[in-house]
Design a protein. Structure first.
Ligand code: NAP
Length: 432
């Protein structure tokens, strides 16, 4: 029997557990650890609450969790409650699937002013992440800005622009819905340091902006290169650029506006004790396609600024870390230690990208210690004994299910789910 610890219960963790379960049949026990009492990481705390079809992938992960060889062990933070060296003593292999939960910094003056938040914080707040329940984003002004031209920037701009009615059928948390419903924001400016051909937004997500009840996208037609230059673009990007061109023809006849500001590099955030405006430098593209500042600046008013410029992984003591992710060769970090998903490659790709990633690493594990080979490590029994010595109470599969029953039990018809936003509250629910 082999014992494997998968650290992190988001998509990468579950695909890896699924792959290990298949590779080993009944010859392995796979424990999926998470610092939160319930699983699903990005699916629970990252995917937009109005994108329920994306969240449905968790049904596949449910099946993995239900399988005989897989266990969930929650409320355990690796690197704090148990070290990597200890896990490697207890398990035959440890696979880090910890995702990329931290915001990259802008590195410009004023980014620490009140009113400036990272997308991980904002997205966590409206998704019921326990760390961000008290975020209280500045929704009292009329102007907000979102920095970045990726799908997360789109999520943030859309959530800021939707009406209460448009959140029906979503699972946005009640506290965020109430706050957004009372928001004074009427203009959300999306700042991109490069142009329409360089966006990282995908067509489905971009297309949604054209169908909002109370908000309309606004784009300067002059920001586009000649239409013929769309032809050589990769088909997905060409479709996205086509949608943007269509936005330029829309009438701004709704109360809210989502303004695309291209070739606009934030250089400072200013305000009297809180964010009031972003100073932006106009850019041009250099020969390599990078944004080069022209020296010409202007100001964009914004009392809420969400920086959506990418994420980084949490370092773990004694695990080599560089450039926002673990140092690895094709997923291999060190003897019996691996990384998968965003912790391995950085924050890119769709949820499904993590599947081949997890399977590839599971293949490496299986090649190093073939199914049927015998290990003599204690796995979960040893981990639980160690945690007990330290006074740490892990949650298990039954606890997780009880928490979810209570979440669903609180749902009111036609209104969003009430999720628990604090770990202590979660733990009380399961009688801890
Ligand atoms: P992303 O796709 O990498 O986009 C990051 C954006 O930030 C880019 O436009 C980048 O511009 C810009 N940026 C980076 N540093 C900057 C700086 N210092 N100043 C100004 N702009 C800066 O990252 P993401 O939006 O966080 O998304 C992460 C991954 O999750 C992506 O693969 C995304 O597709 C995926 N995702 C998917 C969905 C969905 O399918 N519905 C939803 C959310 C996220 P440059 O290009 O100039 O560097």
């Amino acid at each position: 029997m082999r014992h494997f610890a998968v650290v992190g219960s988001g998509p990468a963790g579950f695909y890896t557990a699924e792959a290990l379960e298949k590779a080993y049949g009944g010859q392995a026990r796979i424990d999926i650890l998470d610092r939160y009492p319930v699983p699903y990481g990005l699916i629970r705390f990252g995917v937009a609450p109005d994108h329920q079809s994306l969240k449905a992938v968790s049904k596949r992960y449910d099946k993995v969790a239900d399988s005989a060889g897989v266990d969930f062990i929650g409320n355990v933070a690796v690197g704090r409650d148990v070290s990597i060296a200890e896990l490697l003593e207890l398990y035959d292999a440890v696979i880090l699937a910890t995702g990329a939960p931290h915001d990259r910094k802008l590195g410009i003056p004023g980014e620490n002013l009140p009113g400036v938040i990272g997308s991980a914080e904002f997205v966590g707040w409206y998704n019921g992440h326990p760390d961000f329940a008290d975020l209280d984003p500045a929704l009292g002004g009329t102007h907000a800005a979102v920095i970045g031209n990726g799908n997360v920037a789109l999520d943030c701009a859309r959530i800021l622009s939707k009406t209460r009615h448009e959140f029906e059928g979503s699972d946005i948390v009640g506290h965020a819905l109430d706050a957004l419903d009372g928001s004074a924001i009427r203009t959300v400016t999306i700042l991109g340091r490069r142009g329409p051909h360089q966006i990282a937004m995908t067509p489905k997500e971009l297309g949604e902006l054209g169908h909002l009840e109370a908000a309309v996208p606004v784009i300067e037609a002059g920001d586009f290169p000649p239409v013929e230059s769309d032809e050589p673009l990769e088909p997905g990007l060409r479709k996205s650029v086509g949608l943007l061109r269509g936005f330029a023809d829309l009438q701004a006849d709704k109360p809210k506006r989502i303004v695309f500001d291209f070739f606009a590099k934030p250089v400072a955030i200013e305000g009297n004790g809180k964010a009031e405006r972003i100073v932006v430098e106009k850019t041009v593209l250099d020969a390599s396609g990078s944004a080069r500042g022209t020296g010409e600046t202007y100001e964009v008013p914004a009392s809420l600024i969400v920086s959506a410029i990418g994420y980084s992984t949490s370092p773990i003591p004694d695990v080599p870390f560089e450039g926002g992710k673990f140092v690895n060769q094709g997923g291999h970090i060190a003897d019996r230690l691996y990384a998968v998903g965003w912790a391995r490659r950085g924050p890119s790709g769709t949820i499904g990208t993590n599947r081949p990633d997890g399977y590839e690493v599971a293949d490496q594990v299986a090649a190093a210690m073939p199914s049927g080979s015998v290990g003599n490590r204690p796995g979960a029994a040893g981990l639980k004994a160690l945690l007990e010595q330290r006074g740490i109470m892990p949650t298990d599969y039954d606890d997780w299910r009880k928490i979810e029953e209570t979440e669903t039990g609180r749902a009111r018809p036609g209104s969003p789910r009430e999720k628990f936003v604090r770990v202590e509250e979660w733990l009380r629910t399961v009688g801890r």
